[in-house]
Design a protein around this ligand. Structure first.
Ligand code: CP
Length: 356
């Protein structure tokens, strides 16, 4: 059994975001994921990472990410080692060190690099002190010091593997997204969710040449640099990238709608006027937008677009039960499944060896 073409092609590289990749490279990941999906469903063994260890450090809870990475590395012949930051000395930036409770990320990254083959990290929200960008900085700190690949399992700016899974789900039902309206919309939740998913999904859709529309109430703007990047991708790949404040108008004629909650960033540093974190005020503000919910009527009036959400969706807030349970053009579970396939693809690419 020879190794497939994708194993080890990016040996040793980190995977922190999709935006430093090209459209061609994203399509290579999708192609590799489809090969792994076919083999998984046919029960064909894929031991391309036999004997390798993936360390999985979760500062936040997870269903999909943890289980798809852990199952994925096992299916590739390796082992996933789950690390709770409270059960090790919490890996921490230099300014937050506490004697014998924390350990410098620079040291943790170098120690784990001596034991295994990749480090995957999830950190956002309270774990990153609600300072937007701090979670991403922590993952970059791991990447700076580790001598093995570092994988971003979601920070406060990007969720690259979610976006890969989502774009695979979209491409599986519509092979060419050029000229297709792809709406990333705010939808209400009582919780405070990070910007990572809408930002990553809007950008990867722009990388595929889609007509991207980001819809949200005032105050839920994505980061300026993300919007700028979206416009650059639209120019580069022949699509468009627009922002609107009206969910219903945005949905009209859409091929795909991706409505989910994120937090109004003006209540959090570095965007808050006083530089402080205002979680309760943010929740009070977002409660004004409970009518940003996806219903069957809304989807039917829009012309029945494909419905997308990364999960977990907040039923009765972001979306009705009826949509999640009965809408025939929902990709909700395909997106969740694709986490397994795309993550296996990227692990094989960056953890594998080019040599037999
Ligand atoms: N979409 C996603 O990352 O799900 P989990 O929080 O369950 O990992």
């Amino acid at each position: 059994m020879g190794k497939p073409w994708y194993v080890g092609i990016w040996e040793g590289q980190d995977y922190l975001t999709n935006i430093n990749r090209t459209q061609e490279e994203i399509k290579m990941i999708i192609e590799a994921a489809r090969d792994l999906e076919r083999k998984f469903k046919s029960k064909i063994p894929t031991p391309y990472l036999a004997g390798q260890t993936l360390f999985m450090l979760f500062y936040n809870r997870s269903l999909r990410t943890r289980n798809s990475f852990e199952a994925g590395i096992f299916q590739l012949g390796g082992h996933g080692n789950f690390l709770s930051p409270n059960d090790v000395y919490t890996p921490t930036l230099p300014e937050d060190m506490v004697a014998y409770k924390t350990e410098a990320i620079s040291d943790v990254a170098r120690v784990l690099s001596r034991y295994g083959n990749a480090i995957a990290i999830r950190i956002y929200a309270d774990a990153a002190k609600w300072i937007i960008g701090r979670g991403h900085r922590i993952i970059e700190e791991f990447a700076k010091w580790a001598s093995i690949p570092v994988l971003n399992m979601e920070d406060d700016i990007f969720h690259p593997f979610q976006a890969l899974a989502d774009i695979k789900a979209a491409l599986d039902v519509m092979p060419n997204l050029r000229g297709k309206k792809f709406v990333v919309s705010y939808a209400y939740s009582g919780g405070l969710k990070p910007l990572a998913v809408p930002q990553s999904v809007a950008l990867i859709a722009a990388m595929m040449g889609a007509e991207v529309v980001v819809a949200h109430p005032p105050g839920f703007e994505l980061q300026d640099e993300i919007i700028q990047k979206g416009k650059e991708f639209a120019d580069q790949y022949g699509g468009s990238f627009e922002v609107t404040y009206n969910m219903k108008e945005a949905f009209e004629g859409a091929a795909f709608v991706y409505p989910k909650a994120w937090s109004p960033k003006g209540f959090f540093p570095p965007y808050s006027a006083d530089g402080k974190v205002h979680k309760e005020e943010a929740k009070e503000y977002q409660a004004k937008f409970k009518d940003w919910i996806v219903t069957m009527d809304l989807l039917e009036e829009a012309g029945k677009p494909y419905y997308m959400h990364c999960g977990p969706a907040d039923r009765g807030m972001e979306v009705t039960d009826e949509v999640l349970d009965t809408y025939e053009k929902s990709l909700y579970f395909e997106e969740a499944e694709n986490r397994l396939h795309v993550q296996k693809a990227v692990m094989a690419m960056v953890m594998g060896s080019r040599y037999d």
